[in-house]
Design a protein around this ligand. Sequence first.
Ligand code: FAD
Length: 488
Amino acid sequence: KPHLSSSTMASQDPVNPSHAAFDLFVQAPTCKDVKHQFAELCKQLDVNPREFRTFYIKVKERLNYWRAKALWTKLDKRASHADYQQGKACTKNKCLVLGAGPCGLRTAIELALLGAQVVVLEKRESFTRNNVLHLWPFTICDLRGLGAKKFYGKFCTGSLDHISIRQLQLVLLKVSLLLGVEVHTGVEFRGLIEPSGENGWMAELQPAAHPAASFQFDVFISAGGGRFVPDEESCAIGITANFINRNTAAEAHVAEISGVARIYNQKFFQDLLTETGIDLENIVYYKDDTHYFVMTAKKKSLLKQGVIKQDSGDAEELLAPANVDSEALNRYAHDAAHFSTGGLLPDLQFAKNPNGEPDVAMFDFTCMHRAENASLVRERRGRKLLMGLVGDCLVEPFWPLGTGIARGFMASFDTAWMVRSWGMGVPHLKVLAERESIYQLLSQTTPENTSKNYTGYSINPKTRTRGSTCPPSTPARCSTFTTWINPN
Ligand code: FAD
C-alpha cells in the first residue's frame, strides 16, 4: 500500500480512519469513551500524548480534516494570546492538578497553554453528575472559544445559559487531552511527599503504585471541590432532583425558573407552603439533559415532612443516610418540582443516578467554607512548591446565581496568571502577594461589576475587572492552607 502523507489524503473522505476516529472522539459521551477514543485517535495519527510539548502541533499536522480544522482555528486563536508567550511562559514548570471537576480541568487547559507539563488526578472513574450549572455570559463566551459547540452541539443554543456538570467536564476533558494534558481517573490524591535525595515534590496516591506517583512537580493546584463545615446557625439544606427529559413538545413549553429568591416572590413560597407543607428558601429549574431542580429547604419543614428523621446540630449526622427517609425525600422533591412548574410537566419520573436509584440528593449547602488563602509556597531541601486552590475548595458557590462556575473559572484564570509569574521567575513573595490581593476581590465578583468585553478576557486579571486597575498588593498569609490540601 503506497504511503500517503497527510496532505495528500482526501480531506473530505468519510471513511478515512483518522477522520472517523476524530469524530468518535469529539462525540464520545462518557469519560471512559473519551479516553478510549482518544487512544484510538493517537494510534491512527501515530502521535504520543506523553510528548506533550509537540502533541497538539503533531495532531494538527496529521489531521487534515475540515471538522478538525474548525476546532484548531478556535484553539489556535486562544493559544496565540500574548499572555502565553507562544506557549513558552512556563516550559520549565510541572503542574499537578487535583480533581477533574470543571475548575480543575479549566485550570489544566490554561497551564498547558502556558507551556507547562500538566497532570490531572481524578478519584472518580466516570462523570455522572446530571446537576446543572448556571453559566454567566463570560463563561459561555469562554467555552465557545474552546470549541464547546463542536463537542456538544446543544451548548447554549438560543437563550440557554446552563449545562450539566457532566457535559461540561466532557468538553473540558477533550480540550485538555488535545492540548497534551495527562488526565488520570480512578486515582486518589492522599497527600504531598516532601523532596528527598534526588526526588522533588511528589504525591502519595491510591493506588500507591499508580504511574503518576513518580511525577515530580513544582506547582500543585487543588481543585478537589467543596468541603462542608457544620454550622448549625446558618444551616440551610440543598436538594437537587433530576427527572427524565423526554424532549416532548409539552415539556418544551414549560418555563424554566432561574433563581426565584424568596424575598422577591413571597407569594409563591407561601402558596407552596400552604398547599404542600414544603418550605423553601428558593428553587431553580433548568431544562437540560434532564429536568433539573435545585432548591434550598428549611430544616424544620424537612423534619415535619419526615424527610429527616431526627434533628441534630451536626450536619453530617443530620444528613447521614440512616437519618433520611429516601421515599419522603423523593416525594418532597417531586412535589416541589410539580408545584413550581404549575403541574405542567407531565409524568415526572426521576432520572437514575449511577447506582440506579432516583437522582435526588440532599446536602448541607450554606455551610461551605471559604479558604483564607488562595496560594502558598512551601520549600523543603531547597525545592520550592507553589500551591494554589481553585473552584469550590477556594470559595463556596451559591448555585442559584451560578457563582460556582463563574468564580471558579475566574479563580482558574487568576491561578494560571500566578503560575505564569512563577514560571517567568518573579520572586515568590511577589507572586503570592499578587495572587492574594486578587483573591480578595473574588467573592464580590458579579456579572455587573466585571468587564462586559468578554472576548477580551484572558488570564490577566486586568482584562476582567471594570476599569483596568488591580487592587493594591496585600501580604500573603499562610495559616489554614496546608490542612486543606494535605488532609493527612
Ligand atoms: P467539583 O466539581 O466538585 O470537582 C472536584 C473533583 O475533584 C471531583 O471530580 C472529585 O471527584 C475530585 N476529587 C476530590 N478529592 C480528590 C482526591 N483526593 N483525589 C482525586 N480527586 C479528587 N452547582 C450548581 O450550579 N448547581 C448544582 O445543583 C450543584 N449541585 C452540587 C451538588 C453537590 C453534591 C456538590 C458537591 C456541588 C454542587 N454544585 C452545584 C457546585 C458545582 O458542582 C461546582 O461549583 C462546580 O462543579 C465546580 O466545582 P469544582 O471543579 O471546583 O469541583
